[in-house]
Design a binder for this molecule. Structure first.
Ligand code: FPP
Length: 242
């Protein structure tokens, strides 16, 4: 890269209609509760279907290659939810690791956690540590799960660390973010029709394309993901219409 290139230039190039695929995609997986409510099911069923959507999405990365995918699974604000829902979400995470780790590890996925997961129960922390260690040598794609994550607190931590090193600059802060070793965020997707960032990757989203869809997370399929990637690349697929 030329040294005169502006440091803030989007990583994936520019020019409408000519961009390639995004390197790093993040998703706010919203709408599990509404999905369940529409079907008169308990919220836990919405979260369970939400994990299936995660599984299908990760499997589809073979056909939809990105370097990194970051999923917002549990925010610092989620601690305000009823205890039984927090327990359901924690149990689903543990089940996901127990059930899916072999497949994920064999597919070359490197797992990463953004946020402070040490606050979850000991069993969850052990499972997560094991999953991180097992996939540490993988390099096909990084799957980052945001757990007990909040962007404002992350920025404060990074700024403090930068200050301790001597100088608070944009580069120094970026170096201390949880995502420091990941490619720049290109595309941020939020499902379920809500148009908010909800304290997710606020720093990283500075130059990201934002993509909002009304699809509820449990219904979000690899085809929906493909649509978002095509939108990013400036390609409108008309599927034979017009
Ligand atoms: C938002 O739906 C979703 C969450 C708070 C949790 C998302 C978590 C998962 C899909 C499971 C993640 C698991 C792994 C293994 C990555 P909501 O409950 O806020 O829905 P609502 O807005 O319709 O009520």
């Amino acid at each position: 890269m030329s040294s005169s290139a502006p440091s803030k230039a989007p990583a994936s190039g520019s020019g409408a209609g000519t961009r390639g695929g995004p390197r790093h995609v993040a998703i706010i997986m919203d709408g599990n509760g509404r999905w369940a409510k529409k079907r008169l099911l308990p919220r836990a069923m919405g979260h369970k279907k939400g994990v299936e959507a995660v599984r299908n999405l990760v499997r589809s990365l073979r056909e939809n290659p990105v370097e990194a995918l970051t999923l917002y699974a549990f925010s610092t604000e989620n601690w305000g939810r009823p205890a039984d829902e927090i327990a359901d979400l924690t149990a689903l995470m543990k089940h996901f690791i127990r059930n899916d780790l072999d497949e994920i590890a064999q597919a070359g996925v490197k797992l990463k956690i953004v946020g402070d997961y040490s606050v979850f129960d000991d069993e969850a922390v052990k499972l997560i540590d094991g999953a991180l260690a097992r996939t540490a040598g993988n390099n096909k794609v990084t799957l980052a799960i945001a757990l007990n994550y909040g962007a404002q607190a992350e920025i404060v931590r990074a700024a403090r660390a930068a200050a301790e090193e001597g100088e608070i600059t944009e580069e120094a802060i970026a170096r201390h973010l949880d995502t420091a070793d990941m490619p720049p965020l290109d595309l941020l997707i939020r499902t379920s029709g809500e148009v908010r960032l909800s304290n997710f990757l606020l720093w990283q989203a500075a130059y990201a394309e934002l993509y909002f869809t009304d699809v509820l997370w449990p219904d979000f399929s690899p085809a929906h993901f493909r649509e978002a990637l095509d939108h990013f690349a400036g390609r409108e697929r008309r599927y034979g219409g017009r």
